[in-house]
Design a protein around this ligand. Structure first.
Ligand SMILES: Cc1cc2nc3c(=O)[nH]c(=O)nc-3n(C[C@H](O)[C@H](O)[C@H](O)COP(=O)(O)OP(=O)(O)OC[C@H]3O[C@@H](n4cnc5c(N)ncnc54)[C@H](O)[C@@H]3O)c2cc1C
Length: 477
């Protein structure tokens, strides 16, 4: 061990009286490379997105479920708080830690254990990187369906803990639908192994669901069996200019009905986002003129190599003739597909132009979305004249993202309230896919009722009575 820092009292913790003894016991479990403290933590980042140096009493890096279990037994006995961490790409602050916490990282548990092509599943350790899982599935002629912008850094354990969404939810569902089995370690070190590899297993309560979306508060996911799908023969990507919100909604149904099961993504950008991401701050030129209110980015999975592209072209032509779109482009190469997607996924232009951006991730019914966006924009600019709102999202899933430049005043609480408050009347959600973590705790009650939140609290008290696992995330006990 390199250092033995002192302990400080946290609001929710019964602290160990002898922290250095606990760290020595943990080192005996994970070995010297498995624990970093003091100067050993220097240079460790708190996350590529959130930035800053990692704060922790120690960063513990086990290599097996048995080690995680032994570490948790020690922490449980000592009343020591533990923050689970994967790729630290989370956008809700769920992986945030203080210098009084032990951060338990799955970074050394990143093996792909096996691929079963007949059962179409893959067994992995929780620290496996999403992109590695996708590439391994592709290597076996199959596909792992979850996909999101942080694919090169986020982990399967983090994807499970946040029930991640991304760009393929319309076709394949969220992470919840991709997990056949999992293994997790509870706060007291108990290992719950539910490593099934079959689609159907209807045997009472489903322990998997306790951990999906629990943001590291109920257990540490250590392994998982992931569902794989047949890979499409090809993916076609089109970008379309839609003249109205009505057309955005009707086009979704038009393509989904004409190409049953083939719509792989239906993303929409409001003009501000499209304009910024094809303008001087961006490296991508606009494939369509910047003159419409909405731009649709669509992936279509092709299963008929001979006619798939032609069928799609005919559908696009028909939409143009009917006035449902005013312009459109079908990517002619992988490079062009990548460029179209860059327009949707790039965050550099907004960073370059505004510096400070507040990000939002909400959902609401499509019928209400246009009026909601314009009402939030109007309220925002009435209060902060220099503020700007850019809207885009996984609209096929009812999932809207805002990037808001708050203006010089930077009043986060006021902007949050403007975005979240109206969702209550619209049956919307303050978090479509990123989770609650720390940043949306105050607004959980806008989406969940008292009875639902109390059930969550009871579950947490039952599974982690000492409140040592990621304390203070999602809600306070
Ligand atoms: C550019 C970019 C694009 C993104 N796009 C999307 C998107 O489209 N859809 C989407 O849903 N998210 C998106 N995200 C958010 C983020 O990538 C996801 O939330 C992801 O699932 C987090 O995985 P992670 O491994 O980085 O987890 P972390 O950030 O390390 O942790 C997230 C939460 O999970 C817990 N956790 C981590 N590992 C475990 C484990 N093994 N057991 C128990 N708890 C654990 C942590 O305590 C924390 O509460 C994006 C992020 C970025 C930076």
């Amino acid at each position: 061990m390199r250092d033995s820092p002192g302990l400080s009292m946290g609001a929710f913790r019964i602290m160990s009286t002898d922290g250095s003894q606990l760290l020595q016991q943990i080192e005996a479990v994970v070995g010297e490379p498995g624990i970093l403290t003091g100067k050993g933590l220097a240079g460790r980042s708190a996350g590529i997105w959130s930035g800053g140096e990692l704060k922790a009493m120690a960063l513990v890096r086990p290599t097996t479920t048995a080690q995680v279990s032994a570490v948790m037994k020690l922490c449980h006995a000592a009343g020591q708080s533990v923050v689970p961490a994967g790729g630290m790409t989370g956008l809700a602050g769920g992986h945030k830690s203080t210098s009084a916490d032990i951060v338990l990282s799955t970074e050394r548990m990143n093996r792909i254990e096996s691929v079963d092509a007949h059962s179409r599943c893959m067994t992995v350790e929780a620290g496996a990187i999403l992109q590695t899982v996708q590439e391994t599935a592709a290597g076996a002629g199959l596909m792992f369906a979850l996909d999101l912008g942080a694919r090169a850094s986020c982990t399967i354990g983090g994807n499970i803990a946040t029930n991640a969404g991304g760009v393929r939810v319309l076709r394949y569902g969220m992470m919840r639908e991709q997990v056949l089995g999992l293994e997790a370690v509870l706060a007291d070190g108990t290992v719950v192994s539910s490593m099934f590899n079959v689609l159907k297993n209807n045997t009472g309560y489903d322990p998997r669901q306790m951990f999906l979306g629990s943001e590291g508060t109920l257990g540490i996911v250590t392994r998982a069996v992931l569902r794989l799908h047949e890979a499409p023969l090809a993916v076609e990507t089109a970008i379309l200019a839609a003249p109205s919100w009505e057309k955005v909604m009707s086009l979704l149904r038009y393509f989904d009905a004409a190409l049953p099961g083939a719509l792989g993504a239906y993303e929409v950008m409001w003009r501000d986002h499209y304009e910024l991401n094809t303008g001087p701050c961006s490296s991508v030129d606009a494939p369509l003129a910047v003159d419409g209110p909405y731009y649709v980015l669509m992936d279509v999975f092709i299963s008929d190599a001979d006619h798939g592209r032609e069928n799609l072209q005919a559908l696009l032509m028909n939409a143009l003739e009917q006035g449902d779109i005013t312009d459109g482009a079908l990517a002619s190469s992988e490079t062009e597909r990548g460029k179209f997607w860059q327009i949707r996924e790039n965050f550099e232009p907004e960073q370059a132009k505004f510096g400070v951006i507040y990000g939002y991730d909400i959902s609401l019914p499509l019928d209400a979305m246009e009026a909601y966006v314009e009402a939030v924009r109007a309220r925002l600019q009435r209060r902060f004249a220099d503020a700007e709102l850019m809207a885009y999202g996984h609209i096929g899933d009812g999932n809207l993202h805002f990037s808001i430049y708050p203006g010089e005043q930077r009043d986060r609480a006021a902007v949050d309230e403007m975005v979240y408050f109206p969702l209550q009347a619209l049956q919307g959600s303050v978090s479509a896919e990123h989770g609650i973590g720390l940043v949306k705790k105050a607004y959980l009650g806008y989406t969940r009722g008292d009875a639902e939140i109390e059930l969550m609290r009871k579950t947490k008290r039952m599974m982690d009575p000492a409140n040592i696992l990621n304390p203070g995330k999602i809600f306070d006990l």
